[in-house]
Design a protein around this ligand. Structure first.
Ligand SMILES: C[S@@+](CC[C@H](N)C(=O)[O-])C[C@H]1O[C@@H](n2cnc3c(N)ncnc32)[C@H](O)[C@@H]1O
Length: 240
């Protein structure tokens, strides 16, 4: 998914609950932090607010443009560096005590994508550092409201409809995001973003991480720190 049409709507939908978790990791690990698949700089801004210098990268120019606007508005350009890069093949000439890759592994659909990203995470992790990433597991069931509504900063009404469908590939499902923008009740824009998304068995990700040289410190099923147990639909891993 390029997020070309939907980047500007990204922050309007889907409440996130990872802020305190990230702030705690920032305090524990220190910086600089590397954020992979940084999107609209959501996590990067939390880490910068916690006092860390941040390098945040993403593959999508549209997402990076939104991120740049937020970083400029918050006057954080000296603390948050935004870079266009691919998580499967990025290379920065430094190592980071904290690496964050949230809500990105779903995008690693092709065989080898997740393994390549994990090797790069390991390659950029400073000795003693921690990496946090999450994934949906095969027990995951969509719990998003299929149609949500929000208001743009310009006070236009936007609806997002989400459709999930199985594909012929095991643990890969198709996602469609439909965005409708209304001006006074008139439909003025309609955008569709489509992609496949991948579910990971926790043991599969742990195995790939181990091959990359990472060890699991903890696995949670949410950002409130609940320990992961078999049958949970979300997994949050802390690797070292
Ligand atoms: C669901 S968004 C998550 C953004 C942000 N981490 C968050 O949680 O708000 C997924 C992001 O991953 C990015 N992405 C997908 N594949 C990528 C890749 N191979 N390399 C870098 N970024 C990627 C997308 O462009 C998008 O910004």
């Amino acid at each position: 998914m390029s997020y070309e049409h939907s980047a500007r709507f990204y922050d309007l939908f889907g409440a996130r609950d990872d802020g305190d978790f990230l702030a705690e990791l920032a305090a524990r690990c220190g910086g600089p932090a590397l954020v992979a698949g940084a999107g609209t700089a959501r996590e990067a801004l939390v880490l910068a607010d916690a006092g860390l210098e941040v390098v945040a990268f993403d593959a999508s120019p549209a997402m990076l443009a939104v991120a740049a606007g937020k970083v400029a508005e918050r006057k954080l350009a000296r603390r948050v560096r935004l870079v266009r890069a691919d998580a499967r093949r990025f290379h920065f000439r430094r190592r980071f005590p904290l690496v964050v890759a949230l809500n990105v592994f779903d995008h690693f659909v092709a065989d080898g994508d997740a393994a390549a990203a994990l090797r790069n995470v390991k390659g950029h992790l400073a000795p003693g550092g921690r990496a946090v990433l999450n994934a949906n597991t095969p027990a995951w069931r969509p719990n998003v409201d299929p149609t949500e509504e929000a208001r743009t900063p310009g006070n236009r009404r936007v609806t997002r409809r989400v459709k999930f469908a199985p594909t012929t590939r095991r643990n890969v499902y198709a996602v469609e995001l439909w965005f409708d923008v209304f001006r006074r009740d008139q439909l003025v824009e309609r955008h569709l973003e489509k992609s496949d998304a991948r579910l990971f068995r926790p043991d599969e990700l742990r195995r790939l991480a181990a091959s990359a040289g990472l060890t699991v410190e903890d696995t949670y099923s949410n950002f409130a720190g609940t320990r992961f147990k078999a049958g949970d639909g979300r997994a949050v891993f802390i690797f070292k």
